[in-house]
Write a protein that binds this ligand. Structure first.
Ligand code: GLC
Length: 590
């Protein structure tokens, strides 16, 4: 299908793919007006801009915020939406393609039917860089199949306080795990950005987002520069070495200074010392926070752009941003050289992605969304992410045949709960939100001849004839600050009640913990026969059953130190506190 806009090629140098990218960038830049340059630096949310706006205001980028999807929410509908915005870009005089960003942080998680992989904390437990690279490749195929060419992932945060609502977006509490699993960038981008399914990756959130006091999301990270560099910077060095195309700035502050205005760390360290040659994007309305008041001022626009932010994620007030930045250039507060540098960085990635040659969706990847092959890969990732923390009397693995198994708990048969936040909607939600296999369905499928599997969420009906009871408990979905836990970190009353109901009949109890972080369970643990940390496994819950029945012997290792009590938070390897389970702990079967 020849879409409009792809026939205007005037044969100008920047439109010649045989020329070096730097040559094409220089030629294009020389033809651009200031408005066109400012447009390239502007990212608007899909709900607040139209394809006509892309044309009129020369918008360089569109994003979907978490859960912002077309109707119907199908892969084809996403691709049609993407192509519509792109025709808006192709209708501009210079036909600079727009780039569209989404948070595909554990699969193409905004899209119903997409494969949902374990969240990063579970991938951290695998310690398997090759597996994680394969996941990046699979996610890139599903994202490309919907037209999207930019993924705001991976989060390379180093979560130091489990109270933080984004702990599950972290690969672990030490930088070495995130650095080693930055292979996901190569999976997403390919070995070169112009691969058929390549999407631009984003190392986020630069820098120190996981180190805030009290685990307060968007809070203040109080650290010496030496400690900031030792704990939070290494994963970004690894990402830059892998050629990550973009970096997103953290909402958090470092020693009281908002990252979105920190020229030293963004320009001198990230771009200068680390040699990052991609482009820097702000977080959602992140520039508004620089002065601590709502909305953005001219001073904040200037501070952010002069600090080294190249593209501004200004979801709704993007017209005001364009007007303000234009005025700040006119009055000399923002030098044209900074505008040109930002454009060179953005255009370089658009050329490298091949967007000028292939601006529209490659529909050959659309069928990969939720494909059997990707679900098989996700199930393997689930297996490898399970961490066995207790197995008294080798109650695990379960016998498949001639067994009598009772399953209970709010997270046993709930796809939404096992996927967690950033799934279909921003915060995620309980229930059958997208096609997948619940943990209970996985258990039923694995059970062999002569075996009974009974399920009651609340545990009613349990009796002493059952040989084992499995309580699948933990957390319900949340994202970002809404997941911050400032009080207790224990299981909720329903979970504790269910477990006690099961224990009350003298049946051995296996607890499967579906949560985005370690929880405060030390006082209950002695009453449990076994404990399996499942983290947030995603749509392929059968991978949990594979471990429960021994089809896969657990190999997962804790990516985070497990507290003995919530009063220990933050608790991290080497801090002298005595954990319930140390970083790296994990049992297997004899
Ligand atoms: C959010 C998150 C960031 C995400 C962005 C776009 O607030 O902080 O991780 O990429 O906005 O959804």
């Amino acid at each position: 299908m020849t879409l409009p806009g792809s026939v205007h090629a005037a044969g100008l140098p920047y439109q010649d793919p045989s020329l070096p990218v730097a040559t094409r960038v220089a030629d294009l830049l020389s033809r651009m007006t200031l408005d066109e340059k400012i447009g390239q630096m502007t990212q608007a949310e899909r709900g607040s801009a139209s394809a006509t706006d892309v044309t009129t205001y020369r918008l360089g980028s569109i994003l979907s915020g978490g859960g912002s999807a077309p109707t119907p929410n199908t892969a084809t509908s996403w691709a049609d939406m993407y192509d519509s915005f792109q025709t808006g870009a192709m209708a501009t005089p210079l036909q600079i393609p727009m780039i569209y960003g989404v948070d595909a942080v554990h699969g193409h998680n905004n899209v119903v039917g997409a494969t949902i992989f374990p969240h990063n904390i579970g991938l951290g437990a695998t310690r398997d860089p090759a597996l994680v690279q394969q996941i990046g490749q699979a996610v890139a195929e599903e994202v490309s199949g919907t037209g999207i060419d930019w993924d705001f992932a991976p989060c390379l945060c180093v979560a130091r306080n489990d109270r933080w609502g984004r702990t599950y977006e972290s690969f672990g509490e030490v930088p070495s795990i995130a650095s080693s699993l930055s292979t996901i960038i190569t999976g997403l981008q390919g070995t070169s950005l112009n691969g058929p399914s390549s999407v631009l990756a984003t190392a986020k959130h630069y820098v120190g987002d996981g180190g805030t006091e009290g685990g307060d999301d968007q809070g203040n990270t109080v650290l010496s520069e030496a400690d900031l560099r030792a704990i939070h910077l290494p994963p970004f060095q690894a990402a830059v070495q892998r050629g990550v195309g973009s970096v997103m700035i953290s909402y958090s502050s470092w020693n009281g200074v908002k990252m979105h205005g920190n020229k030293y760390l963004i320009t001198d360290v990230l771009k200068g010392e680390l040699g990052f040659s991609g482009f820097v994007v702000s977080d959602w309305n992140g520039i508004d926070q620089i002065d601590g008041t709502t909305g953005f001022t001219a001073a904040e626009v200037t501070a952010a752009v002069n600090a080294g932010i190249d593209m501004v994620m200004v979801p709704t007030a993007w017209k005001n941003f364009i007007t303000t930045l234009r005025a700040e250039v006119a009055n000399g507060h923002v030098p044209l050289s900074r505008i040109d540098d930002a454009n060179r960085r953005i255009l370089t990635k658009k050329f490298e992605l091949g967007l000028f040659e292939k601006p529209y969706t490659d529909r050959s990847f659309t069928a990969t969304v939720g494909s059997a092959a990707h679900r098989t890969l996700a199930r393997q990732a689930v297996r490898q992410s399970q961490v066995l923390l207790k197995n008294a009397g080798n109650v695990l693995p379960l016998a498949k045949d001639n067994n009598k198994i009772f399953v209970a708990g709010k997270n046993a048969d709930n796809i939404g709960n096992q996927c967690g936040g950033w799934t279909i909607s921003w915060q995620g939600s309980s229930g059958n939100i997208t096609p997948g296999t619940s943990i209970l369905q996985g258990i039923r499928a694995a059970a062999g001849p002569g075996t009974t599997v009974t399920y009651s969420q609340r545990g009613s009906g349990i009796d002493s004839t059952y040989k084992v009871a499995i309580a699948v408990v933990g957390e319900t979905p949340y994202a970002e600050g809404q997941g911050d836990r400032t009080g207790t970190m224990s299981l909720d009353r329903d979970d504790l009640r269910v477990i006690n109901t099961l224990r009350g009949k003298g049946v051995p109890v296996v607890v499967v913990l579906v949560s985005g972080r370690p929880l405060d369970i030390a006082t209950e643990l002695p009453n449990w026969n076994a404990l399996l940390a499942s983290w947030l496994p995603g749509t392929e819950g059968a991978g949990v059953a594979d471990v429960l029945f021994g089809d896969y012997k657990p190999t997962g290792k804790l990516p985070s130190t497990w507290m003995t009590s919530v009063s220990q938070q933050p608790i991290n390897d080497g801090d002298g506190k005595t954990p319930l389970f140390p970083l790296g702990y994990g049992l297997t079967y004899p």
